[in-house]
Design a protein around this ligand. Structure first.
Ligand code: AKG
Ligand code: FE2
Length: 201
């Protein structure tokens, strides 16, 4: 597992802002958090409905939050578990660097290249108007694709490296879609944490 770049990227895009910090966590911290989260998080695999058919979601997930507010997406309603120490620690580090507060973290475990996250926007109403979403990557590097909903030549790929932090802000969730595509390469597991602010409705 190599660190591929140490280049911070700040993309000012039409209707969005994306910040990528490759070495948010050192190699040692990244390895430590990966191991702790892999074993202590209560991973679950939900069913999702795609074009009327029930499928297993192609990854494992978990939701932890500071309030009881449920979070619904793709016909799944998730009820948060109370924050655990390790997640609180990571949340504090991310709040310090982004200068934003988060209430909730959605975790994804991509077991191999067959696990994925299809095109979507994090535009659920619980997230408020222009949500700031901070996304930490641990384990295997995976490609993150994002494309504008209407401007067809506005499409980008970023390799999300272990220990990196990606921040999505501005009007991004209204105007852009993102995905983690499958890959045929034989790859290791990846854990992703997306910190969000879920308002009590
Ligand atoms: O795994 C990732 O980097 C993206 C996760 C994501 O988009 C989501 O959980 O909404
Ligand atoms: Fe997302």
């Amino acid at each position: 597992m190599n660190r591929i770049s140490n280049e911070k990227k700040h993309l000012i895009l039409p209707d969005a802002e994306v910040i990528y910090i490759p070495e948010f966590y050192s190699f040692e911290k990244e390895r430590y958090y990966f191991k702790v989260l892999k074993t202590t998080v209560k991973w679950q695999q939900d069913n999702i409905k795609v074009f009327g058919k029930i499928h297993k979601q192609p990854r494992l997930t978990a939701l932890y939050g500071e309030n009881n507010q449920t979070y619904s997406y793709s016909n799944i309603e998730m009820k948060p578990k109370p924050f655990i120490k390790v997640l609180q620690e990571i949340k504090n580090d991310i709040e310090n660097i982004t200068k934003h507060d988060f209430t909730t973290v959605l975790l994804n475990l991509y077991r191999d290249g067959n696990d994925s996250n299809g095109w979507h926007a994090d535009n659920e109403k619980e997230l408020g108007k222009n949500p700031v979403i901070a996304s930490l990557s641990l384990g295997e590097a995976r490609w993150f694709h994002f494309k504008h909903r209407v401007i067809s030549n506005e499409k980008y790929k970023l390799l999300l490296e272990p220990g990196s932090l990606l921040v999505m802000k501005g009007r991004m969730q209204h105007h852009w879609l993102h995905q983690i595509p499958k890959t045929k390469k034989v790859i290791d597991e990846r854990i992703n944490l997306t910190f969000r602010k879920i308002e009590i409705v």
